[in-house]
Design a protein around this ligand. Structure first.
Ligand code: SF4
Length: 355
């Protein structure tokens, strides 16, 4: 498997996650019209990784694998270098006004990830090389709303840190946004590979959030991501580099010992980080749709993910889609718990929302 599993970090004596390297790379011909596309083509053509062409990043065919599951696993290790043609950005509430599209797809295997359903049968990892065109479009969105601030979320369709060592596009976006008086960037990651971002000229315009969770959730449902202690180490580096910092605790779940594990997580954060100015928390409880449940059961048949509709409350989302969320009483319990713990350990921090 090319997402090299955790190994031993001799310096720190702990587990660590290596950088993702694809097993197979596809290029759209037009990607070669752009400097980043040409650079990646040269790099992979010289490597031992097979390189193929595809007419469209939306329709990559010929992935090896006998069964649907095998093809899915191969797709998660396949990189597609293409052009973002549709430059109408999707909305990204509640954390931002727009999603900025730098990449689609992710190499990790989080069982609960909503990309399972939103990407359908195209779970391969697409990176877009027409970054300047994406910036031009973002500039127009900013101009339309100025002098109000326009926030862009870079992690709606991927984990952008997971592919940053391949493209460098996130750093470029951070520096571009640093020059935008009325533009702000934010993204969330489960990867700790942030060193290349530390010297970016960000001007405080990018908020980097780390997705963290209780050990039970990380161990059972987040294969292929950086361990939480590495994410916290990375968060410390980000705070030292004067970026606005945040944590997303998601998905929050009920399991045996949840109060104790979440308390210990917050204690660990406080002990490791100390007081951080301008710190935010976003809290997202676990939810699923019936479509997601079917997909997850096929792709991760041994998953312990609790998806019992009987234990949940229906919530209607956009386009009449039904999500199964925790019932009101449990939501209230979570709200009381997390608000009180975060206020206790991080009295200066802002809790942006619990949903
Ligand atoms: S790291 Fe994020 S984007 Fe990637 S699979 Fe996990 S939840 Fe999905």
């Amino acid at each position: 498997m090319s997402l090299i599993p955790p190994g031993q970090d001799k310096e720190r004596g702990g587990r660590w996650m290596k950088l993702f390297q694809p097993d197979l790379v596809f290029f759209e011909p037009r990607a070669l019209d752009y400097p980043l596309g040409r650079k990646l083509y040269q790099k992979y053509s010289k490597s031992r990784i097979p390189v193929k062409m595809t007419t469209s990043h939306n329709r990559v065919t010929g992935l090896p694998g006998e069964t649907e599951l095998e093809k899915y696993r191969v797709a998660k290790r396949t990189l597609v270098v293409g052009i973002k043609k549709t430059l109408d950005f999707e909305p990204s509430k509640p954390s931002a006004e727009y999603a900025i599209p730098l990449a689609t797809g992710c190499m990790a295997h989080c069982h609960y990830c909503y990309l399972q359903t939103t990407l359908g049968n195209r779970p391969y990892i697409r990176v877009y090389v027409n970054v300047d065109e994406i910036f031009e479009r973002a500039a127009r969105y900013i101009a339309e709303r100025a002098p109000e601030i326009t926030r862009f979320e870079a992690a709606c369709t991927s984990d952008p840190v997971g592919v940053e060592h391949i493209t460098g596009s996130l750093k470029r976006t951070i520096e571009w946004m640093g020059q935008q008086k009325y533009g702000r960037l934010r993204f969330v990651t489960k990867y700790a590979h942030v060193d290349s971002l530390l010297d970016a000229v960000h001007q405080g315009h990018t908020r980097i959030r780390f997705s963290i969770n209780a050990p039970y959730v990380v161990q059972h449902f987040e294969p292929g991501t950086s361990p939480v202690h590495e994410r916290i180490e990375a968060a410390k580096k980000i705070a030292r580099a004067n970026y606005p910092l945040g944590f997303i605790i998601a998905p929050i779940m009920f399991f045996d010992g949840w109060e104790q594990e979440y308390t210990q997580l917050l204690e660990k954060l406080r002990d490791q980080l100390g007081m951080i100015p301008d710190l935010t928390f976003e809290l997202i409880t676990h939810r699923f749709t019936q479509t997601a449940k079917k997909v997850i059961e096929k792709r991760y048949p041994k998953s312990k993910l609790e998806m019992d509709e009987e234990k949940r409350k229906k919530k209607w989302g956009r386009y009449g889609r039904v999500k199964y969320v925790y019932p009101n009483e449990q939501m209230e319990q979570l709200k009381q718990f997390f608000y009180s713990k975060i206020n206790q350990y991080f009295p200066e921090a802002e809790i942006s929302y619990l949903t």
